[in-house]
Design a protein around this ligand. Structure first.
Ligand code: TXA
Ligand code: MG
Length: 341
């Protein structure tokens, strides 16, 4: 579509308006607790096609189906394995997506022809109210243009998709900031296909088993989240991950500036207080990695094409939500310079 995008402010009437648009097979962006989603009726191929069109998303990358209540999950699956049931009860609503065997009722372009379906219940009052009012399963990828960081505010959605979708529902800034954890529950052991808002440790403690993590190696014979093969969140200039202390960072900044390059930093407030560069995007505190997750995409979006020639980004500890943060940063990065002992 090329036309007018309605901006909806959050109230009872706008919830109903958003639901009506979804029932009319239109595409509506709405907030979830992770990032903004781009929703459409998951039972209608034509409605779902509009999502792929607006995002410029490859057709072989399946979408997550969003529902409002746990008892709605069984409508779209042939079985709910025990591991899935445990995870659903522990973490839904919340930033978790379970991959389950599909019963074929969802439109085939949602699942990209796979025999599985990804389902989640967003833990956001506006998202759940809209889904409930629409009374439909809602297919929703993150509401960014393909290749851009996921949107954590309605402004980000506007920047990417104004004129391309029917409406943007403004629910403020999202809380978690990185996407849901995608867990394949179709086998004997759970496999994390994408680290996210629910940590590996949380999943292992509920399942009482060691959980596998998928690699992004696409030659692997095991099924992966198809989305993992695409480049993600690639900024317009090279992003280099720096694993090292503040002295090493300082040296790298000087090195690049001597080459005549303008240097941007994507670092925690702790490191930002110790360094100078041409542009600094602060993203949270290493003392609380959830603040880094919450601000990561906004900080990435903060670098504009002309501002800097290279972005140097901090490596965060890969524990807890840090696994999701580093997964996204590695996808955004062109290289890593590791100076740790
Ligand atoms: O937090 C989130 O999950 C956000 C909000 C909007 O809910 N959504 C989101 O959707 O991140 P998207 O489309 O940007 O990412 C979904 C990921 C992709 O990597 C996709 O390949 C994978 O989930 N996926 C979806 N269905 C799948 C399936 N049946 N099997 C394997 N992977 C699947
Ligand atoms: Mg996405």
């Amino acid at each position: 579509m090329s036309g007018h995008t309605t901006f909806l402010m959050w109230n009872d009437q706008s919830i109903e308006e958003a639901a009506q648009l979804l029932r009319a097979q239109e595409v509506v962006a709405f907030p979830t607790e992770t990032v903004y989603g781009l929703g459409a009726d998951a039972s209608q191929e034509d409605a779902v096609a509009k999502i792929f069109q607006a995002k410029g998303r490859p057709a072989d990358n399946p979408l997550i189906v969003h529902v409002a209540e746990i008892d709605q999950i069984a409508r779209y699956t042939s079985t709910i394995p025990i591991i899935a049931d445990k995870l659903i009860r522990a973490f839904m609503p919340g930033p978790l997506t379970v991959i389950l065997p599909s019963n074929g009722t969802i439109a085939t372009n949602v699942t990209a022809g796979l025999s599985t379906v990804g389902i989640r219940i967003p833990d956001h009052p506006a998202a759940r109210a809209i889904i409930k009012a629409a009374n439909l399963p809602i297919a929703a990828p993150s509401a960014n243009l393909s290749g851009k960081p996921s949107p954590t505010s309605a402004i980000h959605v506007f920047q990417d998709l104004n004129g391309k979708i029917a409406a943007i529902f403004d629910g403020g800034t999202t809380g978690v900031g990185v996407e849901s954890t995608v867990v394949d529950c179709t086998g004997d052991v759970a496999r994390i296909l994408r680290p996210g808002g629910i940590t590996r440790l949380q999943i292992e403690s509920v399942l009482d088993q060691v959980v596998e993590e998928a690699t992004s190696d696409q030659d692997d014979a095991k099924p992966q989240a198809p989305g993992m093969k695409y480049t993600h969140y690639q900024p317009e200039v090279p992003l280099i991950l720096i694993a090292g202390d503040q002295h090493f960072f300082k040296q790298k900044i000087i090195d690049y500036q001597r080459e005549g390059k303008k240097v941007g930093l994507l670092v925690s407030e702790e490191l930002a207080s110790l360094l100078r560069a041409d542009q600094v995007q602060m993203c949270g505190s290493v003392a609380d990695l959830s603040t880094v997750a919450a601000q990561l995409y906004q900080s990435l979006r903060g670098f504009k094409e002309s501002d800097v020639d290279v972005i140097l980004a901090e490596c965060f500890p890969e524990e807890g939500i840090g696994q999701a943060i580093m997964n996204r940063l590695k996808k955004a990065a062109t290289s890593i310079i590791d100076n740790r002992p």
